[in-house]
Design a protein around this ligand. Sequence first.
Ligand SMILES: O=C[C@H](O)[C@@H](O)CC(=O)C(=O)O
Ligand SMILES: [Zn+2]
Length: 275
Amino acid sequence: MENRHSVSMAETSRMNTEELRANFLVPNLFVDDEIILVHSHEDRVILGGAAPIDEPLWLQAPEEVRADYFLQGREMGVFVIRGTGVVTTDGDRHELPKGGCLYIGRGVRDISFASEHDEKALFYFFSAPAHTSYPTASVLPGQGDIRELGDQEHANRRTLNRYIHEDGIQSCQIVMGLTQLHSGSMWNTMPAHTHDRRTECYLYLDVPDDARVVHLMGDPNETRHLIVANNEAIISPSWSIHSGVGTQAYSFIWAMAGENKSFDDMDHQPIDTLL
Ligand SMILES: O=C[C@H](O)[C@@H](O)CC(=O)C(=O)O
Ligand SMILES: [Zn+2]
């Protein structure tokens, strides 16, 4: 498992492109026939990618978490981002189409990811420490709590769908969902915000090969950017804004963990405060 240590706002303000990307961009989560894990010391979240081709892939506890199995002291949210995916949780089978979401609670021992169709499945997951066990539960695409945001004039019309949240699938810490930009809209999360109580990660998806997302990060008074391609993730510490503009429409899975699960507990950063 790759480990990312926390870096301060002051260090970040002095980083060059390579250093920013090494600390905040996760470009390599999906490798055929492998499960890739990246641990961030920001709220101890783990980002994962699973790309099973012919055989199921079994999730093991990495050495660093010192546990008998991955979810001994953790919980996780999983999204299928390509094809139809099959996840087994202690022998229970969950088949999910692209865009489907599965929450797996603390205490589930045996987890596998598999492709059972011609189009090979791709799974993205986000895990955080958990103090108790909530039931494993799934949601089909579009069946979460929907908010229509933005307007054409601001090129930010988007559908935000909350799956794991206070009033949806229950969890200890994780709040997770999907935002889809409408065709012709490019901006997410502008005006930007921070949330001093939670780390947030974005996985950008459905970004065409010849498109990129310019992701804005950093202290609101000292912003930086990352150029992000399809299926790349970013880690946003609690002090960082997280906003982006694509060269065309795209989607992203957002996931948070930290002090509370209140989606609207944001520290808004009015546009005239950004530098
Ligand atoms: O804290 C919440 C997160 O930043 C995202 O949910 C924002 C988002 O999906 C959007 O505005 O489109
Ligand atoms: Zn946020």
